[in-house]
Design a binder for this molecule. Sequence first.
Ligand code: SAM
Length: 206
Amino acid sequence: MGKQWQVQKKKDPYYKRAKGENYRSRASFKLLQLNKKYKIIKKGNNVVDLGAVPGGWSQVALEKVEEEGMVLGIDLQKIKPFPEENFHFIKGDFTKEETQRKIIDIMGGTVDAIISDASPSLSGIKDVDHLRSIDLAESTIDICDNILEENGNLIMKVFQGNEFKNLLEKMKKRFKILKTTKPSSSRKRSSEMYVIGLKYVNLTEK
Ligand SMILES: C[S@@+](CC[C@H](N)C(=O)[O-])C[C@H]1O[C@@H](n2cnc3c(N)ncnc32)[C@H](O)[C@@H]1O
């Protein structure tokens, strides 16, 4: 990380707040802001967090589901353990069938919400990074089709680009309510957008 980036990070109000409020990342505030508005995660819910490290979203999810719910994080990297017994973790690639099978095994049925803040490894080339992000989004939709409960909710980060519209079309078929938004805690210069799907409809059933 360069010196300029370090200086910018220290000036960032959400970075400071995350440190002060003991959140693992500034990203926690994105989920807090979006959850306040869209009620994606509720008390007692079972939640899958795709691309969970360092754990800022899982922390917020654990707060929202309380002891009655469960949170499963998945990431390519290891996560610093959480003390909560209702947190589980898989170290793996969620685009792979093997990992998706493990998710189904651990959750043991359908889930109420899927949250994904996953970012591909960045090349710095906008179109390449967009397409990598779309690949992650496509896998996320497959996971929804496998385990998301009828009327369940999804929130997913996507880097915008040419394929964004097609992705939204796919999602429109699956969710009764679809929103795209960029919370104020998302950096303005980033092309990231958050797609929120509420009230999932399983097209593969019957
Ligand atoms: C921006 S970070 C997530 C931050 C997290 N939401 C938080 O609040 O702390 C994106 C994460 O996505 C993970 N990731 C990217 N592609 C993945 C994949 N195919 N399978 C699992 N994790 C992936 C990365 O390893 C990285 O840790």
